[in-house]
Write a protein of this length. Structure first.
Length: 236
C-alpha cells in the first residue's frame, strides 16, 4: 500500500477490477445469470419467492415473462447498473455459488490484506454496484484462504443503501453511518477514477487501483500518478 494501515480506521473496497478481475464479472457471472434466467422464469415466475425480484422491475416488464427476459438481456448487453437488475442477478448467481459451479477468483494479495487489516483492528467494508446479497455471495465463495471471507467484512454498501458510485453524496451517506470515524480515516480503493474522485471530494482518502485486465488509466490524469497495483508494501 502507498500508505500504512495505521493511517486508517476503515478500508472501503470496490470489487470488480479491484479485488477480482473484471473478466470474472463480464465473462463468468453475467453469462451464468443469462443462462440460468429462462429456467428460473419458467419455474418461479408466479412464485411468492420470486415476486420480490419481478415486482422491482418497471411495470411494463412485470406483465409478461417474455418482456421481462428481453429487458434483462437488454440491460446486461448495455451494462446498465439498475438496482433491480443487480438484485435479480444475485438471485440467479446463488445456485451457482452454492453448488460450487462458481468461485470468485480474488487477486492473490486480497485475502492476506483483508485478513491483516481485520486482525489489526481496522474495519473492512465493501462498496459495489452489485447488490449487497450478491456481494456476500461473492465473498462467501472465493478461491482464497479463507474461502468464506464474510466474517472479515464489517459492512456492505451498494447503489440502494448508499447510492450511485460516481456521486459524492453516496460516500457522504456511507460516512454518515459511522459519525465517530473522521472521513480522513477512511481509505477507498477502486479501479474507477470517477469513484476515487467522488470519495476524495466527500473527504475520504482514496487512490486508484490498477489490475491485470483493467483499462489503462489516462497518463495525464493526476490521480494516475498515485495508483497502486498491489495491496501490500511492494505496491507501485
Amino acid at each position: 500500500m502507498a500508505a500504512g494501515l495505521a493511517e486508517f480506521d476503515v478500508v472501503l473496497l470496490d470489487i470488480e477490477g479491484t479485488v477480482c478481475p473484471i473478466s470474472f464479472v463480464k465473462d463468468v457471472l453475467f453469462p451464468y445469470a443469462l443462462d440460468a434466467l429462462p429456467k428460473v422464469l419458467d419455474e418461479q415466475w408466479d412464485s411468492p419467492s420470486f415476486s420480490q425480484y419481478r415486482d422491482a422491475f418497471p411495470e411494463e416488464y412485470r406483465r409478461s415473462r417474455d418482456a421481462f427476459e428481453a429487458h434483462v438481456r437488454d440491460l446486461v448487453a448495455r451494462d446498465v447498473k439498475a438496482s433491480y437488475l443487480k438484485a435479480l442477478q444475485g438471485h440467479l448467481w446463488e445456485h451457482g455459488y452454492e453448488s460450487g459451479e462458481i468461485k470468485a477468483p480474488l487477486f492473490p494479495d486480497v485475502a492476506p490484506f483483508v485478513t491483516e487489516t481485520h486482525s489489526s483492528g481496522k474495519k473492512v467494508m465493501i462498496y459495489s454496484s452489485g447488490s449487497v446479497p450478491a456481494q456476500k455471495l461473492l465473498f462467501g465463495h472465493t478461491d482464497a484462504e479463507p474461502a468464506d471471507m464474510r466474517p472479515l467484512i464489517s459492512d456492505w454498501f451498494d447503489t440502494v443503501n448508499a447510492g450511485p458510485k460516481n456521486n459524492v453524496a453516496s460516500y457522504k451517506t456511507i460516512l454518515s453511518k459511522y459519525p465517530d470515524i473522521r472521513p480522513a480515516r477512511w481509505l477507498f480503493l477502486s479501479d474507477n477514477l470517477k469513484e476515487v474522485d467522488a470519495a476524495l471530494t466527500a473527504g475520504m482518502r482514496s487512490v486508484p487501483v490498477v489490475r491485470p485486465g483493467n483499462e489503462p488509466l489516462p497518463e495525464d490524469h493526476p490521480l494516475s500518478t498515485v495508483a497502486i497495483t498491489h495491496f501490500g508494501p511492494k505496491s507501485t
